[in-house]
Design a protein around this ligand. Structure first.
Ligand code: C2E
Ligand code: MG
Ligand code: MG
Length: 709
């Protein structure tokens, strides 16, 4: 394709010579157009497609350098050559300083080299132009991306930074240019904080692309740290020789923060921020490895809060959650920082104790936990009391892997529950058997009501002065077709744990009331019938209504019904206990505190409660011969000062009875008078008015010839 050349000159001879010389070009590369004044030239240029301009600066409508300036203003990308007389090349040179591509003296107008030079000029200008566009495009692109880009020469000195690199390093392009990259881009390892060599230096040495280690941190000029990820590559010239390097990097702080956050969430319990089961498993695995090498022990404490469900049910989940948070904090204070307190979910916590010299050290921690948790927890307007049962398993004796150790600690925890809660138990091998038995009991219990396997036994309560029977306590028995007679200690707690105690308790209450009514109908006078109420029943929302319903159904006068509730159940949530007791009291029912002295009663609360009777726990009666009855008499005095009727449980021996009498204990219950017996036998007792023992042993002791009031 031919180049379009515009000649602007008023000198026709010049125009002719130039036209001649250019048309002599061998390849016929030029199409010539000629105009005589600047305005015509400008008009032609505006129409476009001119590849080069040859201009005489002295025209009819423009003189000197202004001629060039006007042309250049319209077509700065088009090569312009000034034509000049032999003696006036100074002006032509000035045009070159202002952007002209060359000048041509009139002496050379017919020189055969002119076409060749003109072609060179046109082509060079075209290359320059495309280079310029290329560079501009690159510059704009680099400044609009969020990745930082820095390039260096072979010595590792910076020759370019884009805007993102300026922002990230804190160095401006002008400041950084010529500086070694290791000064502008200081990199350290995020964990060791040791300097890391800049990948650009490696690229320059090895002439191949490099990436930075994943945990690298850039120290900004102001000293702030930025986590970065990068890659660096060599820059080659057209011969494939390395001429420098370019590094591209970006800020990965937010991404790393998200990764760290996700890792944390995956390993922690969101309510308490404690490690969850996954992290606990990891920690146990690591601790086992370490203990194996060092020959040390590990202990695992499995905690399950006692009766936590009642708190959740009666006060709501948000109170329950806050209590769990408070407990999580307390637990953390009981262990060393090297130990792990974790929450498995619900009210279950597992503590991993490391660095123990003796397996028994775990007992010290367990003791500490029991003491710390026994303190009242103030949650919003509630003062809550909570205890926990703890099972302990020890590595290596009780398991070689996390699963077995947790499972065995869990089994030991159930054992602690069976032992009356609020205590700890070490795992023993026969516990597996007990866990199995527990499961069997739970399974069979589910059918026991339907299959009518429960019966009630009755044990008399006796006035110690007169020896008269004042009432009966109904005691539950399970007649299992294969196992025989099962006592409540073996199944009541299990029934409570799985909620079955509620329907079973209803049956007991109905049966006891109905039995009292039957005796009444038979003309046998019984002061009161006492029924044991478990924690879960007492807190059950329909409990009071259920009692009312049964009284209505059976027609028993409420004044003949006594409900026995243990001290710890009442103390667990004083306010709601008081409310329930008040409702029962208003119905005319008598209320007894069972196993008095074994819990942690506050006397002021006991006084507030509408309690009629205190039943001294049998352990104090049993101890009479050992401790001279100090505790028993103290408890009796306590009951007396609270103006409540005191009944001693578990009276087995004559000397116990004698002592209780000296202490003015009003009533007693125990094998000394009668074991729990079936209804028919009890009826007989009521008819004869005598307790069982009297027949065998014969005595004139008035206490044993119990009579009907
Ligand atoms: P408790 O209410 O303190 O009942 C007294 C327990 O002491 C009874 O055990 C009774 O047989 C036993 N006992 C009575 N006199 C003596 C004595 O002289 N010496 C000794 N060593 N023991 C004596 P039992 O019947 O095995 O009941 C144990 C516990 O099971 C009861 O303790 C009570 O807490 C619970 N329980 C019994 N029946 C029911 C029931 O129907 N519902 C609920 N929720 N719990 C029940
Ligand atoms: Mg009782
Ligand atoms: Mg008792």
């Amino acid at each position: 394709m031919a180049y379009q050349v515009l000649i602007i000159t008023s000198d026709a001879t010049d125009a002719k010579s130039l036209e001649n010389v250019l048309s002599q070009s061998e390849d016929g590369a030029f199409d010539i157009e000629w105009v005589t004044c600047l305005s015509d030239g400008l008009e032609r240029l505006r129409a476009g497609d001119i590849d080069a301009i040859l201009v005489d600066l002295f025209l009819s409508d423009s003189q000197g350098i202004a001629t060039f300036d006007q042309l250049f203003a319209v077509v700065p990308q088009t090569p312009i050559l000034a034509l000049h007389a032999t003696d006036n090349h100074m002006l032509a040179k000035e045009t070159m300083q202002r952007g002209a591509q060359g000048h041509l003296s009139k002496d050379y107008f017919s020189n055969s080299l002119v076409p060749h030079s003109l072609r060179n000029i046109i082509q060079r200008k075209a290359v320059e132009e495309s280079l310029f566009i290329e560079r501009t495009r690159a510059e704009i692109t680099l400044n609009s991306i969020s990745d930082a880009v820095i390039s260096t020469d072979m010595a590792g000195n910076i020759d370019y930074l884009n805007t993102a690199a300026e922002n990230m390093t804190g160095w401006l392009k002008e400041e950084a240019r010529g500086y070694p990259i290791r000064e502008v881009m200081r990199i350290i390892n995020s964990e060791t904080y040791n300097p890391v060599s800049n990948p650009v230096e490696l690229v320059l040495q090895q002439d191949k692309p490099m990436t930075l280690a994943a945990d690298s941190i850039l120290i900004r000029r102001d000293g702030n740290e930025v986590a970065i990820e990068d890659s660096a590559a060599p820059i080659h010239d057209s011969n494939g020789r390395i001429r420098g390097a370019v590094i591209v990097f970006h800020d990965v702080t937010p991404a790393r923060a998200i990764v760290a956050k996700m890792a944390y969430l995956a390993q922690h319990d969101s309510l308490t921020n404690l490690p969850n089961r996954a992290l606990l498993n990891d920690r146990i695995t690591q601790a086992i490895e370490l203990a194996k090498r060092r020959g040390t022990y590990l202990a695992l404490l499995f905690l399950d809060l006692d009766n936590f469900k009642h708190i959740n049910d009666s006060l709501g989940h948000s109170t329950g959650d806050k209590l769990l948070q408070s407990i999580a904090q307390d637990l953390s204070t009981c262990v060393r920082s090297s130990d792990t307190v974790s929450r498995l979910g619900g009210d279950e916590f597992v503590i991993l104790l490391t660095q123990d010299k003796h397996a028994q050290d775990a007992a010290l921690t367990a003791d500490k936990i029991l003491t710390v948790l026994a303190k009242p927890h103030t949650i919003a307007e509630h003062v809550l009391y909570i205890t926990t049962s703890i099972g302990i398993s020890v590595y290596p004796a009780d398991g070689q892997d996390p699963e077995t150790l947790i499972k065995n600690a869990d089994i030991a925890m159930y054992h602690a529950k069976e032992r009356g809660r609020n205590n700890y138990q070490f795992f023993k091998n026969d516990m597996n058997l007990r866990a199995f038995e527990r499961l069997a009991i739970e399974t069979h219990l589910r059918y026991a009501l339907m299959r009518q396997e429960f019966v009630l036994y009755y044990q008399p309560k006796v006035n110690l002065d007169s020896g008269k029977i004042t009432g009966a306590e109904a005691l539950l028995r399970w007649k299992h077709p294969e196992w025989g007679l099962v006592l409540p200690d073996r199944f009541v707690q299990i029934a409570e744990d799985c909620g079955l105690i509620v329907p079973i308790g209803r049956w007991v209450l109905r049966e006891a009331c109905a039995q009292a009514k039957r005796w009444e109908a038979a003309g046998l006078k019984l002061g009161s019938i006492a029924v044991n109420i478990s924690a879960l029943e007492f807190r059950f929302k329909d409990f009071v209504a259920g009692v009312q319903l049964i009284l209505n159904e059976t027609g028993l006068d409420p004044c003949h019904l006594q409900l026995e509730i243990t001290e710890s159940v009442l103390m667990r949530d004083v306010e709601s206990s008081n409310l329930i007791l008040q409702q029962l009291k208003n119905m005319g029912i008598q209320l007894a505190v069972d196993d008095f002295g074994t819990g942690y009663s506050s006397l002021s609360y006991l006084h507030q409660f509408s309690i009629d009777i205190l039943k001294i726990d049998q352990s104090f009666v049993r101890d009479i011969s050992c401790d001279n009855g100090i505790i028993a008499s103290a408890v009796i005095a306590m009951g007396a000062s609270l103006k409540q009727l005191v009944i001693a449980e578990g009276v087995e021996k004559q000397d116990q009875l004698a002592f209780l009498k000296t202490q003015h204990c009003e009533e007693g219950q125990g094998y000394f008078f009668s074991r729990p017996i079936i209804a028919e036998q009890f009826a007989q007792l009521l008819t004869t008015g005598q307790c069982g023992k009297q027949e065998n042993q014969g005595s004139n002791d008035g206490y044993r010839s119990a009579t009907i009031e």
